[in-house]
Design a protein around this ligand. Sequence first.
Ligand code: OGA
Ligand code: MN
Length: 230
Amino acid sequence: MKLLLAALRQTHKAAVHTGQRRRRSSRGGGGLVALREEALVVGSSQELVRRLGSQAEVRTGFITEEEEDALLRELEPGLKKKRYEFDHWDDAIHGYRETERARWGSACEEVIRRVRSTAFPEGSPLLGPVHVLDLDKTGYIKPHIDSVKFCGSTIAGLSLLSDSIMRLVKEDSTDEWMDLLLPRRSLYILRDQARYNFTHQILKDEESVFKGRKVPRLRRISVICRNLPG
Ligand code: OGA
Ligand code: MN
């Protein structure tokens, strides 16, 4: 059980280390673009959003309130036994506790099955345990790329309890970026280039603004499924 989380943590550290370049704040002006009707993805240019749109997807209302409750009922007892971690300066995540889960009750099992059948190609070998990350209201995830050694081409995550903003920044060209609004109970899927060539991060509450509108970042739990490297 410890193994996966340790590996991901290594990843976070390494990615923070190599991802030194900071995004310049060149986001003024015309680049805000609606990908779909819901306009959950905006970016530095229309061309980028069009090109990467299918690799950085957000599905609103992927789970019902009842399913969110079922997940929380199953996850809260274990999470509550852990303390939020704040003070590891070299960690990619600030203000979090986490766990992983291989077996679920039947209501949750059905949700996980749906996430997997939506996000991954049939027959794609999956990482068995699901990763559960609980961010405190003051917590956030710094820019990083998940380990290519331990995780495959696709990352799919459910957001519970809070809306949030996931920012993708091109690793070798930091003027290229996309912001994904992740509403509570939505599913996001990062694939291929969006997963390998862009860092991802979850903005802290103070920075959580989407298309000029404040998106309050409360405590947020994500339930993340990954596949194995091919
Ligand atoms: C991670 C990560 C995103 C999320 O744990 O590597 O990027 O939605 N999590 O919590
Ligand atoms: Mn990640």
